[in-house]
Design a protein around this ligand. Structure first.
Ligand SMILES: NC(=O)C1=CN([C@@H]2O[C@H](COP(=O)(O)OP(=O)(O)OC[C@H]3O[C@@H](n4cnc5c(N)ncnc54)[C@H](O)[C@@H]3O)[C@@H](O)[C@H]2O)C=CC1
Ligand SMILES: CC(C)CC(=O)C(=O)O
Ligand SMILES: [Mg+2]
Length: 371
């Protein structure tokens, strides 16, 4: 029996509700496949500021570094929006990504036939969409220094910095090529090379890396065009690789190809240490505490954890299959609700997915006896 330590950081707002659901699903997987998952909980974000005076307490970071994988909900909320930069919940998230070297953020965008009418886009546009956004996560505009307000020639001014070392660009582009090699063999490198020097180096590095992957096609695309192409013809994409902020924005946009921001999971990987798994959405203050949020993005993030961190392909498949079954059976949280479908709460959706996982196990047991 395998034993695995999972650090859980629920965070703020709906982060608490969706991680609770994903932990229930992991426990069901543990029961069905005979693994022992040990969960330990830590503070991050606004709640950590309130209780510990910092958005990322040392004990949270230590616990995560010692774990086999981290599951995170979301951070932030209006309560902390006027805090100084070092006391913002989002700072805790940026810090944990940096401290754990989680440079590669994988955000799969996958079409679900049952949700075809939940997306505002036409079925012909979204059917069979299946691509991966590879977002650089520990550099770029969210980390560059200086990032501050100042006075210049007597005027109030402000600066943020987009900084990368060549090596940081190289490793994320290599990660994208390695993924593409195992997929449809196409990398779209998204930048703003017509304006930004950082993007011109990004392009150069992409060209260099591409030489080592002759069977993978490389195309460059400017980010404004990419935002449009995602809506015009998303099926053209296989792997998109891009700078931190570009990836942040494009992935929220891409989520609507599936019908909701509440559907997109992510994995944040480092070269060596434990990885972190989180939905791509935020703490949704408008839904917090109402048992209405879609837990599927977090549940699918847990599936990514099983696949990437623990090598449990069958277990990850079981979660993904259960999600598809429950959607096909007509269960919907409010964000993907459609006429004629059954609208359920967060906890009801979790229960349905859990039942689908355990029902499948029961069928398997019967088959083992009779076949
Ligand atoms: N990874 C993280 O922890 C992130 C944190 N944030 C923080 O979250 C707070 C709110 O930011 P917003 O811009 O409103 O982004 P958001 O992602 O929290 O919400 C945007 C919209 O999507 C909806 N939504 C999000 N997740 C959903 C789910 N699982 N099910 C159903 N609907 C869902 C929300 O109700 C809202 O209408 C801010 O403090 C922001 O800084 C934002 C993005 C990511
Ligand atoms: C703090 C933000 C960078 C979080 C976010 O929007 C994201 O990671 O998608
Ligand atoms: Mg985001």
């Amino acid at each position: 029996m395998g034993e695995y330590r999972i650090a859980v950081l629920p965070g703020d707002g709906i982060g608490k509700e969706v991680t609770k659901g994903a932990v229930e699903i992991l426990k069901a997987i543990g029961d069905r496949f005979h693994h022992q998952f040990h969960f330990s909980y830590g503070l991050i974000g606004g709640e950590a500021i309130d209780q510990e005076g910092t958005p990322l307490p040392d004990q949270t970071l230590e616990m995560c570094k010692k774990s086999d994988a981290v599951l995170l909900g979301a951070v932030g909320g209006p309560k902390w929006d006027r805090n100084p930069p070092h006391l913002r919940p989002e700072k805790g998230l940026l810090q944990i990504r940096k401290e754990m070297n989680l440079f590669a953020n994988l955000r799969p965008v996958k079409f679900y036939e049952s949700l075809v009418d939940s997306s505002p886009l036409k079925p012909t546009v979204i059917q069979n969409v299946d691509f991966m956004i590879v977002r650089e996560l520990t550099g770029g505009l969210y980390f560059g220094k200086p990032s501050e307000r100042r006075v210049e020639q007597g005027e109030e001014a402000v600066v943020d910095t987009l900084f990368y070392k060549r090596e940081e660009i190289k490793r994320i582009i290599e990660a994208a090529f390695m993924l593409a090699k195992r997929r449809k063999k196409k990398v779209t490198s998204v930048d703003k090379a017509n304006v930004l020097e950082s993007s011109r180096m990004w392009r150069e590095v992409a060209e260099e890396v591409a030489k080592r992957f002759p069977d993978v096609e490389l195309e460059h695309m400017l980010v404004d065009n990419a935002a449009m192409q995602l809506i015009r013809n998303p099926k053209q994409f296989d792997v998109i690789v891009t700078e931190n902020m570009f990836g942040d924005i494009l992935s929220d946009e891409a989520s609507m190809l599936t019908g909701s921001l509440g559907m997109l999971p992510s994995a944040s990987l480092s070269m060596t240490g434990p990885a972190l798994y989180e939905p791509i959405h935020g703490s949704a203050p408008d839904l917090a505490g109402q048992n209405k949020a879609n837990p599927i993005a977090t549940i699918l993030s847990a599936a990514m954890m099983l696949r990437f961190s623990f090598g449990m392909n069958e277990e990850a498949d079981a979660i993904e299959k259960a999600v598809e079954q429950v959607l096909a059976a007509g269960y919907r949280t409010a964000d993907v609700a459609q006429a004629g479908k059954r609208v359920v709460s967060t906890s009801e959706m979790v229960s349905e997915i859990k039942a689908a996982i355990l029902d499948d196990a029961a069928i398997e047991n019967i088959m083992q006896v009779y076949v």
